[in-house]
Design a protein around this ligand. Structure first.
Ligand SMILES: *Cc1c(COP(=O)(O)O)cnc(C)c1O
Length: 448
């Protein structure tokens, strides 16, 4: 990969792109071509054998996607990345490259709903067992370990409750067991947390969210931080240490161990190649545009969210605010260590529950219906401010037990605050809360 520019802000604008193509564009162009022409059959043969670098076919590699991969790797301090079609693909492929049938993963139970579906349903179909644990309980992580365990998986900041992971502690448990820690860093982004600094080995992203930042392109990334030594126990990782038929020159470690990432080579040459969740050149281009302003956007997102959290915390219609920037949060101390530049703009709050599920739903519906600036959309990390009701939307497949474990109640409302004027966002939330309280007063169930 290219030399990494020294500072975050320079890397987010420049990493991975070297001008000098025929047209010498200042901005990485969209290479909207499925395939690439060879100058001769000998050249085609050498490229297929990976003896010579060069483009072949965009499912495997595309020049615009390569710039995105290098830039995300630079921002995370990693050695290589794979750009894929969605965050869901990034999570799935990152783990499939570590655990196969008969093997095992330990995961936090406070995960994104789609990840829980993947791990407990599809991975179960494929014979990969997953044990879910309370991410704040180190003994639970340790107790779940088995000889077949191949990865520990958690989110650095969870959604919707914004719990902050004690990354160092979980990394130590993973490393004592000889397995890597995989972190979904979607909500924090590398601007708010470089998980590598705290011991993570692999990072995944839904680039759909803050990395792209504008709600216009799905994408994902798997980043090898280069910290985990797969050769320390070669028998445990045959997919990397035994001869690999698809690439000449022995194992992936033999071929890429000195110069690149055997792990990312496996993700790309086997899982992206076989299953096909490639990132399109057009989406990579849009995600690159977003990355160029990541630090500026995250500063604004973070500051707006903290002021909204404080405002909600003081509001009589609100029962509880789940934001780690508040001193009252159980994760406030962890946030000071792991999110030194501020917390993310994804957080939740609970309205006072009526105790009756139908009345609670009506209350939340009334609140959301009154919002005008904050929009009802099942997404996070957009330039727009978004609201969702996890219990009936993103987390509706979860059992009551899983909802409780994840800290999601019937009146929990998730926000992902955007880049609008913070005063307009606060006024909008205030108007909706006043309206909601008035409704409660009329039915005589005022709980505040
Ligand atoms: C959205 C999200 C995903 C899935 O990403 P997609 O791009 O929607 O496939 C995974 N993890 C987290 C934390 C997310 O927020």
């Amino acid at each position: 990969m290219s030399e990494t520019p020294r500072s975050f802000a320079t890397a987010q604008v420049q990493a991975g792109y070297r001008p000098g193509t025929a047209e010498n564009t200042a901005v990485p162009p969209i290479y909207q071509s499925n395939a690439f022409e060879f100058s001769s059959l000998s050249e085609a043969r050498d490229r297929f054998a990976l003896r010579r670098d060069g483009n072949i076919y965009s499912r495997a590699a595309n020049p615009t996607v390569l710039v995105f991969e290098e830039r995300v790797a630079a921002l995370e301090g990693g050695i290589a990345a794979a750009g894929v079609a969605s965050g869901q693909a990034a999570v799935a492929l990152s783990l499939l490259a570590l655990a196969k049938q008969g093997e095992h993963i330990v995961a936090a139970n406070q995960l994104y709903g789609g990840t829980i579906d993947l791990l407990q349903d599809t991975f179960a179909d494929w014979g990969i067992e997953v044990t879910f644990v309370d991410q704040d309980d180190p003994d639970a992580w340790r107790a779940a370990l088995r000889p077949e365990t191949r990865a520990l998986f958690a989110e650095s900041v969870t959604n919707p409750i914004a719990q902050v992971l004690d990354v160092r502690t979980v990394a130590r448990i993973a490393h004592d067991a000889g397995v890597p820690l995989v972190i979904d860093n979607t909500v924090a982004t590398p601007y708010l947390q470089r998980s590598k600094d705290f011991g993570a080995d692999i990072v995944v992203h839904s680039a759909t969210k803050f990395l792209g930042g504008h709600g216009t392109a799905l994408g994902g990334a798997v980043v090898d931080l280069g910290t985990f030594d797969f050769t320390a126990d070669p028998a445990r990782w045959p997919q990397l240490t035994e001869p690999y038929r698809r690439v000449p020159g022995g194992s992936l470690v033999d071929r890429f161990g000195a110069t690149g990432s055997p792990y990312i080579a496996l993700v790309k040459t086997k899982y992206v190649h076989d299953l096909g969740p490639s990132l399109s050149a057009f989406n990579a281009f849009q995600l690159l545009q977003g990355l160029e302003t990541l630090d500026l956007r995250m500063q604004r997102h973070s500051a707006t969210a903290l002021s909204a959290a404080r405002f909600l915390d003081a509001h009589p219609a609100v029962a509880h605010v789940h934001h780690p920037g508040l001193e009252s949060s159980a994760w406030h101390t962890l946030a000071r260590t792991y999110l030194p530049r501020g917390a993310a703009s994804v957080f939740s709050f609970d309205l006072h529950s009526t105790g009756d599920p139908d009345a609670d739903f009506a209350l939340v519906e009334r609140f959301i219906g009154r919002l005008e600036v904050v929009r009802l959309v099942a997404n996070i990390g957009d330039a727009r401010s978004l609201v969702a009701h996890p219990a009936s939307m993103t987390h509706s497949h979860l059992t009551p037990r899983q909802l409780a474990d994840a800290g999601i109640g019937p009146t929990t409302i998730r926000l992902s605050l955007g880049l609008e004027d913070p005063a307009d966002i606060l006024a909008d939330l205030d108007a909706a809360l006043v309206w909601t309280r008035a409704a409660r007063a009329t039915v005589g169930t005022l709980g505040a």
